[in-house]
Design a protein around this ligand. Structure first.
Ligand code: FUB
Length: 437
């Protein structure tokens, strides 16, 4: 159902299906709840699903604090799997020049977290990047802002524009304002983009087609009109998943605030002549073929080992990878001194109750650890009343299992979850939060 991701405010969805992976991935920018400006955007989220109804939110995957060259405005993004590495392709204002740059950040896993490796050389005012890899393996970058749109061929390391290949596509893309996205259908290149009809807000979604990624493009019209509850902006991606085409975009359906957006998805179809059938954004939204449609269920999965890269922290503990079966990049071990622990950050769009699970092993016997949610010790159901000291019991186990820590209240914005004690004897893989409907 729409909004697709009701639990956290996110926008500018770039949807991808990676080879050999049956999940659909969305890379999205993040709006702080209650904000009335895009200028405060500082981080990105990643979501995955196999049915487009049940989703995993991996939390913050890149934050401004970890991008040395950037000062603000972490706006629209894209992602690419390139030579075995996942790249987040994003934009931000460069500290030295005040100019939008197109940053690259890398991860060995599609869900991040991503580590910045600098910005693409030869691209100026590189807002709203989209990276398209053609069938022959050639990478192209598109970007656009303030009523202009450009494209270029990228070098094989993605780090720079190939000199002499940049084309100004603005005149070919009627009403273009920003946010290009390129996909291919039946051998034709489709460049879709938010545009301002007669230079007036809000944005419509338009598209143009070409026989080559860098054009020339022919304007084809609108595929998402302005709709009730739309934000001032719209921005989207088009992709085929399990045989069905989808358009991902955003609205202000939950907040009613133009800068506090939520992801949307609708079915997209082509006419026999290859033109797109315009979409009316629907409450029903989408489900993958064979899946039961219904309200989206978004699990927050926060890997303990991500630490500061995901706005969490390792308090005296360390990351290990020796024990197989962990999620993400590893797990956290070394809880062997008083108050050693680990914390993760959970972002929410609204105050919401979740059931919290911790995935762990405790081979040496039952362990007792404290769990804080936003500076408050939580009680395990049925255990807390028996004792004064609030602790969660982690039964002995030598293979990964989850302990149910009960229902916790998260508040809109940033929430810190911390597990600590210091008795040793435990290794922590991840925190799973299931919204209580
Ligand atoms: O999300 C911030 C900005 O709003 C994006 O970069 C634009 O495309 C618009 O969606």
């Amino acid at each position: 159902m729409n909004p697709l991701i009701p639990t956290v405010h996110s926008a500018d969805p770039s949807a991808h299906v990676w080879p050999g992976d049956d999940r659909l991935w969305i890379y999205a920018s993040h709006d702080q709840p209650g904000t009335n400006t895009h200028d405060t955007m500082v981080s990105y989220h990643v979501f995955s699903s196999t049915d487009l109804v049940n989703w995993i939110d991996y939390g913050v995957v890149l934050h401004l604090k970890d991008v040395a060259w950037a000062v603000s405005h972490m706006w629209a993004i894209d992602a690419v799997l390139w030579q075995g590495t996942y790249y987040l392709v994003y934009c931000a204002i460069e500290r030295a020049t005040g100019m939008f740059r197109t940053g690259l950040a890398i991860s060995a896993l599609p869900q991040g977290p991503f580590q910045d490796i600098g910005f693409i050389q030869g691209v100026e005012w590189g807002q709203d990047p989209a990276l398209f890899v053609d069938d022959d393996g050639a990478p192209y970058l598109f970007w656009g802002a303030g009523g202009h749109c450009y494209g270029c061929r990228l070098a094989d390391d993605l780090r720079s524009a190939v000199p002499g290949t940049t084309v100004d596509l603005t005149e070919q893309l009627t009403w273009v304002f920003e946010g290009p996205w390129v996909h291919r259908y039946n051998g034709t290149y489709y460049l879709s983009y938010p545009g301002l009809y007669e230079n007036r807000w809000p944005e419509h979604m338009y598209y143009a087609t070409a026989d080559h990624p860098l054009g020339p493009y022919t304007f084809r019209g609108e595929y998402i009109p302005v709709f009730p509850g739309q934000a001032g902006t719209n921005h989207g991606s088009i992709i085929q998943y399990k045989g069905q085409w989808y358009a991902f975009h955003h609205s202000m359906w939950i907040s009613g605030i133009s800068e506090c957006r939520s992801l949307m998805a609708d079915y997209l179809d082509y006419n026999p002549d290859g033109t797109l059938r315009p979409i009316i954004p629907s409450k029903e939204g989408v489900a993958a073929p064979g899946a039961t449609p219904g309200p989206s269920h978004v699990t927050l999965l926060l890997d303990a080992e991500n630490g500061a890269a995901a706005c969490g922290q390792l308090h005296g503990t360390r990351v290990a990878t020796d024990r197989p079966g962990y999620t993400g990049h590893g797990y956290v071990t070394g809880f062997d001194k008083s108050n050693y622990g680990v914390s993760v950050m959970a972002q929410c769009g609204q105050d919401r109750r979740y059931r919290l699970f911790v995935r762990y092993v405790a081979p040496e016997g039952e362990q007792h650890n404290k769990v804080l949610v936003n500076h408050t010790l939580i009680d395990q159901p049925g255990v807390a009343e028996e004792r004064y000291d609030k602790r969660i019991t982690f039964p002995q186990c030598s293979d990964w299992q989850e302990v149910d820590c009960g229902i916790v209240q998260l508040v809109r914005g940033d929430n810190t979850i911390r597990l600590y004690n210091g008795s040793g004897g435990i290794e922590v893989d991840c925190f799973r939060l299931e919204p209580v409907e």
